[in-house]
Design a protein around this ligand. Structure first.
Ligand code: SF4
Length: 237
């Protein structure tokens, strides 16, 4: 939809451009846990360029919701990459839209290889997701994949299929498995650490770089965010 905030990490010389809105409606979306109200103002292109130009940065990360829904993504990424000469990354994407060439790296969430699953649980087909993942890789964009492990929904068999799909493109692509954190109204439980560890083992049969993250509760996740230097930043617009 649109950019409502820019934050800055002096330590990592990184600006984060925050988008509001997503074209999927995943039942387990953890953004729902944050209870973020719709922003009351959005930044225009001129403001975004002015703020980015004023910062000492080496990286611009696009974060929040689904970035491909932001109509000016190409303009902002072109400006960051070509005018400012910085590294550009989409920190999280559902992959429904193809990123512009001026994006250096993108992390794409792959929820399932089943189209029926996607339509039922996200409201959209996975065909563009899987196609765009391969296209972005062929464009030379550094892609990595992620999945949320949800017991009895996105379980070990699903993780294995996704890992195999990614490995068929390139077994060096990084894959991150996140343990599901229960959201209100959704029927699934949180995984145990053993289930996550097994998912990692299965994915490692196909891929060389598999990481996992697992938090017993949303509060534990927030605690990690508050303590990890990677997440420390100040709001600059
Ligand atoms: S794609 Fe990501 S941000 Fe969008 S609804 Fe699904 S989990 Fe939430």
């Amino acid at each position: 939809m649109a950019i409502y905030k820019i934050s800055y990490s002096k330590e990592f010389k990184r600006a984060n451009i925050h988008n509001y809105g997503c074209n999927f409606n995943c039942t387990w979306c953890s953004y729902k846990l944050g209870n973020q109200p719709k922003p009351d103002r959005f930044l225009d292109l001129g403001e975004i360029k002015e703020v980015l130009s004023s910062l000492d940065i080496e990286r611009v990360h696009f974060v929040g919701g689904e970035l491909s829904t932001y109509p000016l993504l190409r303009e902002v990424a072109d400006f960051a990459k070509n005018e400012l000469g910085v590294y550009t990354k989409i920190g999280h994407s559902n992959g429904y839209g193809l990123p512009p060439k001026s994006i250096d790296a993108i992390s794409v969430s792959i929820k399932s290889l089943s189209e029926d699953f996607y339509i039922k649980y996200t409201g959209k087909s996975n065909k563009p997701v899987l196609e765009n993942f391969q296209k972005a890789y062929k464009m030379g964009i550094k892609v990595d994949a992620s999945s949320v492990y949800i017991p009895k929904l996105v379980d070990h068999d699903e993780i294995e299929e996704i890992a195999e799909f990614v490995a068929n493109i390139d077994p060096e692509i990084s894959y991150h498995i996140t343990g599901y954190i229960p959201v209100p109204g959704a029927p699934w439980r949180a995984p145990t650490w053993d289930e996550i560890a097994k998912a990692q083992e299965i994915a490692e049969d196909y891929l060389h770089h598999v990481e996992v993250s697992w938090f017993p509760s949303f509060d534990d996740y927030l605690k990690m965010i508050s303590e990890n230097p990677q997440y420390q930043k100040v709001i600059v617009a």
